[in-house]
Write a protein that binds this ligand. Structure first.
Ligand code: FNR
Length: 185
């Protein structure tokens, strides 16, 4: 019985390295996790006027998150923080006040960058937001992935043995974390 994971990629780019990382994690966890990719590119810009009458695409987004056992965020770093498109999606999911889709769900955070710090600052900012939203975010391992060309093959296989071992451990710990938060371990 696989745990259902809502996967939110913080990049809208077709060839996104973060989407490639998400696919690689999907492959590593495929026996235990079912990935449900939640698309955020068609969401409107959040406006507090929505709160009285939430737009249907925003309600659908929230439902897709609620249908999952956990949420995985895979995000680029933009200007040393999380991309605006991801923050927008989180803001939409968190409202109207008292009706957040995120509250209480287990989560994990990772991300890839060509740069050496591998989205560390974006992830740190994201953790701040998610803890405010009462998500239980996997504390360790932190997974700051420096992405080199060819790291993930077309079929989602990770070509570097060290990175594969590291991300295998990340997936194992995420699975254990989901079960613990849900009281199943
Ligand atoms: C970047 N990039 C970047 N990288 C980084 O490590 N730290 C940063 O602060 C930034 N800032 C930044 C701002 C903006 C507006 C862009 C467009 C890019 C580079 C970024 O890591 C690179 O473009 C990745 O390929 C983005 O991830 P996806 O879209 O490939 O998943």
């Amino acid at each position: 019985n696989r745990r259902k994971v809502a996967v939110i990629v913080g990049s809208l780019r077709k060839d996104s390295i973060n989407r490639q990382l998400a696919r690689a994690l999907e492959r590593l966890g495929e026996d235990r996790l079912e990935f449900d990719y939640v698309e955020i590119g068609n969401l409107p810009l959040y406006n507090q006027d929505f709160d009285g009458d939430y737009p249907p695409e925003c309600t659908a987004f929230k439902q897709q998150v609620r249908d999952a056992d956990a949420v995985l965020f895979v995000t680029p770093e933009y200007n040393r923080s999380l991309p605006g498109v991801l923050k927008n999606a989180i803001d939409i999911g968190s409202r109207p006040y008292g009706d957040s889709a995120f509250a209480g769900l287990p989560a994990a955070v990772t991300g890839a960058s060509p740069g050496a710090i591998g989205t560390a600052l974006a992830q740190q900012h994201l953790r701040n937001v998610l803890s405010y939203l009462d998500m239980a975010v996997l504390p360790q391992p932190e997974a700051f992935i420096q992405f080199k060309e060819g790291l993930v093959a077309d079929d989602g296989r990770i070509t570097s043995p060290d990175t594969r071992d590291f991300l295998e451990d990340f997936v194992d710990r995420f699975v254990a974390w989901i079960d613990r938060q849900r009281g199943e371990a």
